[in-house]
Design a protein around this ligand. Structure first.
Ligand code: ADP
Ligand code: MG
Length: 354
């Protein structure tokens, strides 16, 4: 953590801009068959091999999107790669390359950047992604990370947000809410630590949700899983901002509504117990939280048998002709309109930095 930075001591100025780029990127190998030239010239060069090229950018800003009081720098590097490639995966394409730009103040020594690039390197190896460029600039105060992800796909493989039809099934991969409730635990421990730095909390009972928040994974496996099942989604999106706003995006682009069933939403037991501890309804966290990096997609109802017993997926609702998005609570007791609170909460600043 950043508190450990008294053991990091080399100022970035000792390397200079040219030196620091070389130093940070020296261990990155080229793996992708699409990369002709990676880092080291004015621009990278790719060979699209007759495929369509997909590009997506994300920006992470200190004290808005992450808090260094409890985010290890290595994990931050890993997570920025995940945030980038998840958008390419959500198009049913194969992520191959990333560019990472970094704005960094002189409060960060070289060893801190090493940690970030260590995390980026581990993610690149794990997901077979090439780091093919970026930019390095100084920032007045905080740390800013930008990732641009590059993917390739055959035209007929690409899945857009538009395409859902009335009566289509609404399906989600994995389980939801872990990243949000992991964040709640980290925020609480951060406050407790400030009032008593000698506290050594035992967080083992939260291991799954802390991992979902600090070291999320991208669902690169889903594209092949669906292909093997002979399934082609009619629409798809990744869950980075909370289930409610992602459903509203699919609704908006596809011109359909969605009925979401509370009792069908996949939730890990640790999410349920932690939500209880915080006095928050787990569904509220799932609808408005985010960063689970699971995939949300639609399928024609005729595909039900292919997917209903697959443990990787849950059918959580269906599309409707009427453009109305609702949550149907357990036991069909209430019908609640879905709103994009995740996004509003995000605008109101996601984390408290004090
Ligand atoms: P220019 O001044 O022409 O923009 P730079 O000196 O900034 O070029 O970059 C030189 C090379 O290093 C380029 O290939 C660029 O993409 C790469 N690069 C610069 N910063 C980073 C970074 N933070 N991570 C990865 N590659 C980087
Ligand atoms: Mg140049």
């Amino acid at each position: 953590m950043i508190d450990d930075k008294n053991i990091f001591k080399t100022p970035i100025s000792e390397y200079g801009e040219f030196g620091i780029i070389k130093h940070l990127t020296k261990n990155f190998e080229i793996r992708s068959p699409f990369t002709v030239k990676g880092i080291g010239d004015d621009a990278s060069v790719s060979d699209p091999k007759n495929k369509k090229v997909l590009l997506s950018s994300d920006i992470l800003i200190e004290n808005v999107h992450f808090n260094l009081a409890y985010t290890p720098l290595k994990h931050l590097g890993y997570k920025v790669v995940i945030a980038g490639i998840s958008d390419i995966i959500a198009m049913n394409a194969s992520p191959q390359q990333i560019l990472i730009s970094i704005g960094v103040s002189n409060r960060f020594p070289v060893e801190a950047l090493d940690e970030i690039y260590n995390g980026i390197h581990i993610a690149c190896k794990h997901y077979n992604i090439d780091l093919i460029g970026g930019d390095t600039v100084s920032s007045n105060s905080g740390l800013v990370l930008n990732v641009t992800a590059v993917g390739f796909a055959d035209e007929n493989e690409i899945v857009y947000r538009k395409g859902a039809q009335p009566n289509d099934l609404l399906i989600v991969s994995g389980d939801l809410g872990g990243a949000y409730f992991g964040l709640q635990v980290l925020e609480r421990e951060n406050v407790a630590y400030k009032s008593n730095p000698n506290l050594q909390p035992d967080l083992s009972e939260y291991s799954y949700i802390l991992e979902r928040q600090l070291k999320p994974e991208a669902r690169t496996d889903i594209k092949n899983l669906l292909k093997d099942m002979d399934i082609h989604p009619t629409s798809m999106i990744d869950i980075s901002d909370g289930l409610a706003s992602e459903i509203l995006h699919l609704s908006d682009q596809s011109n359909v509504g969605f009925s979401l069933y509370e009792e069908k939403i996949p939730i890990d037991n640790q999410v349920i117990t932690t939500a209880e501890e915080f006095g928050i309804n787990p569904i509220t966290g799932i609808l408005n939280g985010g960063e689970d990096y699971e995939l949300l997609f639609t399928l024609p109802i005729t595909e039900t048998d292919k997917i209903k017993h697959n443990p990787n997926f849950s059918i959580i609702g269906h599309a409707t002709q009427e453009i109305k998005n609702v949550l149907i609570t357990k036991g069909n007791t209430q019908i609640i309109p879905l709103t994009a609170q995740g996004w509003e909460a995000y605008l109101n600043k996601k984390y408290t930095s004090k």
